[in-house]
Write a protein that binds this ligand. Structure first.
Ligand code: PXP
Length: 238
């Protein structure tokens, strides 16, 4: 049965819209855990547009399940990660002008550099995930870097859902997941997943965990965090 990790970035987005104290992503994380989430994810972006350093430090203290820090592989954030010690980091590409993470990491183009950063994290006892597009080159390069986990980017699948094109993407994701498992990588998936498009992916048994943020926070605004997480958990359990 797959696990669900909840990304609470957009609770912080609402707070930062007014530079206020509420809503607090730390409170949202606690409610998500109470509803059964298997982990909490935040992305500490270089521009600090949503999650702040204070959030990450408090989450490290209060999260009882599993804390996954999404981050760019840049020195400032690497040092924060080494100090705060989340259970896992997920390296993602980051561009300031983007609304959200747009593509997977170019792993194949930077195996040596990423390999060094992965080794630094693992040396500190932090597991490492790489966010990659569902293509064989990236999966093989992630393995060459020494990553523990690959998170397969489901954005293209989600954008095309429910058209025929989405089913082609589903096949690519399945093949990428099979290849990753054969290389002994743990397989996660995420980006753009919602209450309608997640179920076909749940059928890919190699995917052990889903990372879902926007759709859960969007529903939580209307029905509450616990209900929104419970409803997604039911779908992820298949
Ligand atoms: N996984 C990664 C690596 C991401 O960057 C994001 C977005 O922060 C997500 C999953 C969650 O995507 P969404 O908010 O569309 O569910």
């Amino acid at each position: 049965m797959a696990r669900l990790s909840v990304n609470v970035d957009h609770v912080a987005t609402v707070r930062q819209a007014r530079r206020a104290l509420e809503p607090d992503p730390v409170a949202a994380a606690i409610l998500a855990e109470l509803a059964g989430a298997h982990g909490i994810i935040v992305h500490l972006r270089e521009d600090r547009r949503h999650i702040q350093d204070r959030d990450l430090r408090l989450l490290r203290e209060v999260v009882k399940t599993h804390l996954n820090l999404e981050m760019a592989a840049v020195e400032e954030i690497i040092n924060i990660a080494l100090e705060v010690r989340p259970d896992m980091v997920t390296f993602v590409p980051e561009r300031r002008e983007e609304l959200t993470t747009e593509g997977g990491l170019d792993v194949a183009g930077q195996v040596e550099r990423l390999g060094e950063v992965v080794a630094r994290m693992k040396g500190a006892g932090i597991r490492v995930s790489l966010f990659v597009d569902p293509d064989p080159r990236s999966i093989e390069a992630a393995s060459a870097c020494g990553a523990d986990v690959v998170e397969i980017h489901t954005g293209r699948y989600a954008e095309r859902f429910p058209s025929h094109g989405a089913m082609e993407e589903l096949e690519r994701i399945k093949e990428a997941a099979l290849l990753a498992r054969s290389l002994k990588l743990e397989v996660h998936a995420g980006h753009g997943l919602d209450y309608r498009n997640v179920s076909p992916l749940v059928g890919i048994r190699e995917i052990e965990e889903f990372s879902i943020g926007h759709s859960i926070v969007a529903r939580a605004v209307l029905v509450g965090m616990e209900r929104a997480v419970r409803e997604m958990l039911e779908l992820v359990r298949g």
